[in-house]
Design a protein around this ligand. Structure first.
Ligand SMILES: [Zn+2]
Length: 504
């Protein structure tokens, strides 16, 4: 079935996860290039990302541990086997499918990813107790690297996102060239890591025919929050409140927020106590191993503590910021409304902490008051207009990381913004043939997921489940509804028409 779509010479794109009816996780994409080689044809396939599907319980299999995109044929069949797997970054919805496949006995082709992504993956493989002999071959990639796999040429581009070593890829074949953005925003103010390589994108603008783009954030207008804005907001709030103790909870999987909060404390000469749950400390350790030294950054200006015993806290001269993932305020901090203040950097995750602060009568502000307090990794509509301009408006955009309804509703607004969209809205498990002329749908099988089960014998078992329109409703209720999205798009369109009118 699968193989048939690739019988003719051409370049193919297939979303296997990440373009869902109503769920946006489990990212996985396959690029296949079939070229003529004498009388025969030669096929090159690469996989980009192997994520896990967050809402696996909604697929209705009892005792499920996870769900992953179906790449079995790309790993096992000789004819269809992929030659390489690229991982754009370390977030679970792009990476965490790998250990389950290894647990199920599959063998991976060589893996290409950034140093930090591999650090996170090593940790996962150890957690799943996968013997080293079964680990895939690892190749560390960096901004600017060019890798040739079969008939494909892949250039690695730095991307601004909420973790270290996030990359986009320019994938070049004879029929077409694709910029696969991965999760990204345009922001050039990233803390301790390279921002999106706009310079290189501009240089290659004339070649890029398609942008497989992370449209997660397009329901917000303007440019995505810049890291420097988050930093400035933190500094100004700490200054304004004039309290000796500041509590700054951060999301465990967003290490850039650890650094931004630390830099804000440093700027105002506040000592830092890192305090949080085991996840927080795992990521903190990883940041340090990656090469960030908080002591070096601090110099002799502030003191840093990784523990919060009475003695440690006493050392801090009653002047400190508590940074970490926590939902309580231990007695040792002796926090009171007189000397303490909270800055909540995520919308719902820290609700128990808000309750705790309220019970102590301690004032706090949150992302509800100042949206820029939450680090944001995905480009808004303005970011994509920016990229479109950079590419001289000639590339066709293929939205990913986005529910299908959002792309359908976006079409009119896209036209109004001068963004060319692929004519059909891609859904998981479809196959498109990409040429300079057009993107043609050549195969359309229903999307499915593999639900992962562990029966206690140390092996993963897969159970095939077709994706239902309701598979991710819970997730979307927490993020964005169709109605709200439509309403926003209407407003943005009206604003743009007004502007165009004024200019004429
Ligand atoms: Zn991400």
């Amino acid at each position: 079935m699968m193989t048939k779509a690739f019988d003719s010479i051409g370049f193919y794109w297939q979303p296997l996860g990440g373009n869902n009816i109503d769920q946006i996780s489990g990212h996985c994409y396959c690029y296949t290039d079939v070229v003529k080689c004498g009388r025969q044809s030669e096929k090159t396939s690469i996989i980009v990302d192997v994520g896990k599907f967050d809402n696996h319980q909604a697929l209705g299999i009892k005792n499920s541990a996870a769900a992953v995109p179906d790449i079995r044929n790309l790993l096992e069949s000789d004819k269809d086997r992929a030659q390489a797997v690229f991982i754009t970054h370390s977030h679970p919805d792009h990476l965490n499918g790998i250990p389950h496949y290894l647990k199920a006995g599959y063998v991976f082709p060589p893996l290409y990813a950034g140093k930090y992504t591999f650090m996170i993956l090593y940790d996962l493989l150890k957690e799943y107790q996968i013997p080293r002999s079964r680990w895939p071959k690892f190749n560390v990639i960096n901004d600017g690297d060019v890798i040739n796999i079969g008939s494909l040429e892949i250039e690695v581009l730095a991307s601004s996102h909420t973790c270290f070593d996030s990359f986009g890829l320019i994938i070049k074949s004879k029929p077409a060239t694709v910029y696969h953005s991965g999760d990204m925003k345009v922001d050039q103010s990233t803390c301790f890591r390279r921002p999106t390589n706009l310079k290189r994108l501009k240089e290659r603008a004339g070649e890029i025919d398609y942008v497989v783009g992370d449209f997660y954030g397009i329901y917000s207008d303007g440019m995505a929050v810049k890291e420097v804005d988050t930093y400035r907001k933190l500094v100004s709030l700490i200054k304004k409140m004039q309290k000796p103790k500041v509590f700054i909870p951060v999301y465990p999987t967003h290490p850039e927020m650890y650094l931004i909060a630390f830099m804000a404390a440093l700027k105002l000469k506040k000592n830092v106590i890192f305090y949080g749950n085991p996840d927080f400390f795992t990521y903190l350790k990883m940041i340090i191993e990656y090469g960030i030294s908080f002591e070096k950054l601090a110099g002799k200006r502030i003191k840093i503590s990784y523990a919060h015993n009475r003695e440690d806290v006493a050392e801090m001269d009653n002047n400190y910021a508590v940074i970490g993932t926590f939902n309580d305020i231990p007695d040792v901090f002796e926090a009171s409304h007189k000397d303490s203040f909270g800055i909540i950097t995520a919308s719902t995750y820290f609700n128990p902490l808000k309750g705790r602060l309220n019970s102590y009568n301690i004032r706090f502000v949150s992302v509800n008051d100042y949206p820029e307090l939450q680090g944001y990794g995905h480009g808004f509509l303005g970011d994509w207009e920016y990229v479109n301009n950079l590419l001289s408006g000639r590339a066709v955009f293929i939205p990913t990381h986005c529910p299908v309804f959002m792309i359908d509703d976006f079409r009119q607004l896209a036209k109004c913004c001068g963004l060319k969209l692929i004519s059909q809205t891609p859904q998981n498990n479809q196959i498109y043939k990409l040429s300079k002329k057009d993107a043609q749908l050549v195969s359309s099988f229903p999307a499915k997921w593999l639900v992962v089960l562990y029966n206690g014998d140390d092996m993963a078992y897969f159970s095939e489940v077709f994706q239902k329109p309701t598979s991710g409703t819970g997730f979307l209720k927490r993020t964005i509804s169709r109605k709200r999205c439509q309403r926003r798009f209407k407003i943005y369109m009206a604003q743009r028409y007004r502007k165009q009118h004024e200019q004429n």
